[in-house]
Design a protein. Structure first.
Length: 230
């Protein structure tokens, strides 16, 4: 059995499983000494720290244009999250969970799929590696989404209004204007839906029900505000 797994047709997939086992062993050792490789190094709220970047007037955020990763106007700061996770790789689940968890899921999907396919063959590596890679990415995406949704159940589902900034949402009730808040539906990084009341960032804005908005945090008012994306 071992000779089979070490043979060339199985080598890439057996290596992936071996790396996975090594990561699990290191995690057990770290847990024994009170640490963890899987933990977010800066705490659960580290992802909500916003880099302060001067990006000009808020009108630069044009409908249909590629939104900047972050912007700040005076005392108002926000970060755009067009997709969950890291831009360009969010569809794989990358950025939604700690990197080592994402990587371990990828190794699992790739390694087990490849080994299973080769036991039905063996098949040429140029055929099996892409197939196993595709299945591995799909497995990683599914696992990352499920893990991200499970995190609040394992830790806490509590979030502060500031932690709901930099998210895309939609006005669900009322027409909002300055001095008159309306209800906005926002999904946090764990995939949980929140209904919050907020006012527009600009004094002159009037945002109707059904409009897509971007939440920002106004440090002057110490409150959540929104910018229309429609």
């Amino acid at each position: 059995m071992l000779d089979t797994l070490l043979s060339p047709p199985f080598a890439p997939f057996a290596t992936a499983v071996a790396i996975l086992c090594l990561l699990l062993l290191l995690e057990v050792v770290m847990l024994a000494v009170g640490g963890s490789l899987m933990a977010e190094p800066d705490g659960p709220d580290a992802a909500f720290e916003v880099p302060e970047l001067e990006m000009g007037e808020i009108e630069a955020l044009e409908v249909g244009a590629a939104a900047p990763e972050a912007f700040e106007i005076g005392d108002v700061e926000a970060e755009v999250e067009g997709v969950d996770g890291v831009a360009g790789m969010g569809w794989t689940g990358f950025g939604r969970v700690p990197f080592l968890i994402w990587f371990a899921a990828l190794l699992t999907g790739f390694g087990i799929t490849g080994i299973a396919l080769q036991f039905t063959g063996p098949w040429p590596l140029w055929l099996v590696v892409p197939a196993a890679g595709a299945v591995g990415i799909l497995f990683t995406r599914t696992f990352s989404g499920a893990f991200a949704r499970a995190v609040p159940q394992l830790e806490t589902a509590s979030v502060t209004p500031r932690q709901l900034a930099r998210r895309r949402g939609r006005v669900t009730q009322g027409t909002m204007r300055r001095g008159r808040a309306a209800e906005v539906r926002v999904t946090d990084r764990h995939g949980n839906t929140h209904y919050v009341r907020a006012e527009p960032l600009r004094d002159a804005d009037e945002i109707s029900r059904g409009a897509e908005v971007l939440t920002v945090w106004d440090r002057r008012a110490d409150a959540l505000r929104v910018v229309s994306l429609d």
